[in-house]
Ligand binder design. Sequence first.
Ligand SMILES: [Zn+2]
Length: 333
Amino acid sequence: MWLVLGRSVGRRKFDGRLVVIVVVVARIMRDPVVGVLRDKYAPDGFSLTTNAHRVIGSPIWRAILKATHRLAPSFHLKLGSGEVSFFFDRWLESGLLCDKVLWVATQDVYLRVRDVWYDGDWHFDSVHTLLPSLVRDDIRSSTIMLNDSVPDCYAWKGSINGIYSVKEGYAWLLDMTDSMNNHWGWIWKLKAPQKICFFIWLVCHQAIPTNSFLLRRCCVASDTCGRCRMHTETVFHCLRDCPKATSVWSLFGINGNQSFWHEDDVVKWIRKGIVDFNLYFLTTLWWIWRARCEESCANQLLSTHEVIHQSKLLNEDVTQCFGQDDKERGMSL
Ligand SMILES: [Zn+2]
């Protein structure tokens, strides 16, 4: 399924990408129900760069936008008559030309590829925008052939004929999902109970229900830490920077470790913690979070010594159950 690009495409910076959406959803657009959604929510066209989470509309419409956004990188622009925008369409393999220049001259807003390429050569004197020499070299290195009788179109990268199919789109998305999951594979390889692995996964995704997390979902009235009542309860505050957590880490043995206190990437922080302190680091994290929940939800106070004591017990249990080669495994993370 290819889609013809018209003169009207590419007048704004991202308009060329709109067409990709049409390609992707062209099949379902035949469905009259989807046609109704399109007419209602996007009477003037819809953009691939639109954040589906911020789109007002039905769940189906938002799902369509989300899927097309995911599929967009798997399409590429095939030049035919060269009607597409010279600056605002992705006809060049290395990316949009508008991103490679300081600004686009007003006279070039509607400039087409065919306005610059004709008679078998590039005519940069037709361009009013300042093109750096590296950009010119990039353009010259791309071999194009224009054919007035063939329209420009987007084609599916995954097949020789450029035709998109639901089967190939699904397979492509699965590959992408697998590669993303592998990115988090180290968590599920931890020799620890699933509850701790899942907890670490939530922490890495900034998804534990801190007050900051809950406020964004309108579940609480304030994002202030309920324990110290001084700062916003973020993941780092709750697990490291809150005085209640700081006292635990001090007793744990971390005092002058500057990188521990100043790291602002939670994933790096946790992986470094595992390398340095093995599973004891994770069980301490687990108990700091548990103490927070006990205090916030059940009004049960756990002392610093109790948290460390429970963390040590849990670490011993986990080590006994899952084996003790954690130092080596941790170093390989
Ligand atoms: Zn606090």
